[in-house]
Design a protein around this ligand. Sequence first.
Ligand code: NDP
Length: 253
Amino acid sequence: MLTLKFFNIIVGSWIILALIMFPVLLRVIAPYGRYASTNWGPLISNRLGWIFMELPSLLIFVILFLTGNVSKEISSWVFMGVWVVHYTNRIFIFPLRIRTTKKKMPLLIMGLGIIFNLINAFLNGYWLGYLSSPYLNVWLTDPRFIIGFTAFIAGFIINQASDNHLINLRSGMKTGYFIPQAGMFKYVSCPNFLGEIIEWTGFAVMTWSMPGLSFAIWTAANLIPRALHHHKWYGSNLKDYPEGRKAIIPGIL
Ligand code: NDP
């Protein structure tokens, strides 16, 4: 069993790595989706890549949460519930819904995704299962729980609605890229990423934990650069792209 001190050193190092990766990801575009390329080695189907990449998040988190000896209170089940709902969608629903026929992603991206997800799921599952103090029922009325949970739900709704809109842009066998216009796309190019960041920030606040914080920071470090790249790509590749739209934070960035 890991000591709390050693565990905190791992989480601290993981956060520092996210801060180092942020400027790297501003320069190096992750080569999947519209940036997919054969220059990054062997490829795998996009759908399978998503499923294999995200599966460890669900398995590792649930195993550690359930096997750990920290007593399970209502709040703990809420933490597990939101994690399971998010990843059930990401593993079993999202990859089957995307209109991605014949598209591929590099195995390297899938491998890096697996490592990323293993670490985040391990840190959060181990914390909640083995190391944290029990989140007693009084935590349910704590402002941190209420604000964090509300943020998680709001972020989940924004993420889902935005991903749905993107998927529907290719309805009727269409391929290629179109200008999204619905919902929060009126304000930003990537509300799905904004929603995802709000979700995991909410999770960090509702668990009030370092592993939760590290996951929120990593999500932002991944998705803010990707949103900036998407925004630039839209401006260069789609005619009449709305000028006032920002990349990810309405009115700001
Ligand atoms: P994208 O927004 O790049 O793409 C989402 C889907 O919509 C893809 O199938 C894409 O097709 C399609 N699409 C995107 N834009 C358009 C358009 N203008 N017209 C038509 N179709 C479009 O998201 P990602 O694939 O990067 O991410 C998917 C989900 O995973 C998101 O919800 C994101 O928040 C989450 N995620 C979370 C991370 C984290 O660190 N927690 C990291 C990465 C993703 P195509 O693939 O062909 O481009």
